[in-house]
Design a protein around this ligand. Structure first.
Ligand SMILES: [Zn+2]
Length: 318
């Protein structure tokens, strides 16, 4: 199932909309780079691929730049002896259903738990797809995410609202452990990309599902960001030199890419502070700004996204 670009842009004001615009402008060479997997690919569709990134762990890497918005954000599966945790609700129920069906094929079990990392529509709109065929996985989110989905993801989708209505609350104040049998994952509450974000950590694999706290090779969306909080949250997620990071958008990152992202965030702060000091408004500053080449490609397809980042920083500096 796909939706038109026009409908898509009309119904989402968050991460997804700017990805859609990216697809129109992104040079083919960068699009191709996006399609390069890191792990062993076990399933692939035009909208996403599923990569094996550790024992019984798979990362769903969305490839929405083709114009197929079934999933849009990244997510994944973590399997234990007694359960399977699916990460993210995706843009459409068909996306969640696709991941759940892959879980059944790969592990013998439909997801028993689903974690939604934050409220943005491309991470939550599809949650209802996990309930297909009378299945009843436990949905986990923070209370803030649950209420923001209800209040801010317009137009309201009753099925989606219902899907999150019975969500089990992830404590926004302290990390929680989820035991899925022979494997414990940690759910780490953070903020900075939005008012409430959750990261998932598998300590024994040195692996982090960062939600939208982590982006790779794409200019991040600051629409709800508290930039200095974001920087602190990101720093706290850094692990060993061999760690693997599944970003909310873009290909899988290793430490080099993670550190490049940190440097990118610092550069945006530097530019914002300099612009503010010079008395430039965010729009003017954004118009004259390019990310230094030393930081690699960040798909600067629409200058308004840069402006959004500078606006977020100006708000903080003020
Ligand atoms: Zn987001």
């Amino acid at each position: 199932m796909t939706i038109s670009r026009r409908d898509f842009l009309a119904t989402t004001g968050t991460c997804a909309a700017h990805l859609a615009l990216a697809g129109a402008i992104l040079p083919p060479a960068i699009r191709r780079r996006w399609t390069l997997p890191t792990g062993r690919v076990v399933a692939a569709e035009p909208f996403a691929r599923l990569e094996n990134v550790g024992k019984d762990v798979w990362a769903l890497i969305s490839t929405p730049l083709s114009g197929d918005f079934t999933t849009v954000c990244n997510g994944g599966l973590i399997a234990g002896k007694h359960g399977v945790l699916a990460i993210e609700g995706f843009m459409q129920p068909a996306g969640a259903r696709w991941l759940a069906t892959r879980a059944k094929e790969l592990t013998g079990s439909w997801p028993t738990h689903v974690l939604v990392t934050h409220y943005h529509s491309d991470h939550t709109n599809g949650v209802a797809g996990y309930f297909d065929g009378g299945m009843t996985p436990k949905i986990h989110s923070t209370a803030a995410t649950q209420s923001q989905v209800k209040d801010r993801n317009l137009p309201a989708d009753p099925s989606r609202e219902h899907a999150l209505a019975d969500a089990m609350m992830v404590d926004a104040a302290s990390a929680a452990k989820l035991d899925i049998g022979g494997r414990t994952v940690r759910l780490i509450p953070k903020s900075g990309h939005t008012a409430s974000d959750v990261a998932v950590v598998i300590d024994e694999l040195d692996l982090v599902f960062g939600g939208d706290l982590i982006w790779n090779a794409m200019f991040p969306n600051y629409v709800d960001a508290a930039p200095s909080t974001l920087a602190k949250s990101v720093a706290s997620l850094r692990r060993s030199a061999d760690a693997t990071y599944i970003p909310g958008h873009g290909p899988i990152a290793k430490t080099a890419e993670f550190d490049r992202y940190v440097a990118f965030l610092n550069e945006i702060e530097r530019a914002a502070r300099e612009g503010k000091q010079k008395g430039l408004d965010p729009k003017t500053l954004a118009e004259g700004y390019t990310v230094p080449a030393s930081l690699g490609e960040w798909t600067l397809f629409q200058k308004s996204f840069i402006e959004t980042a500078f606006k977020a920083w100006y708000k903080e500096i003020a």
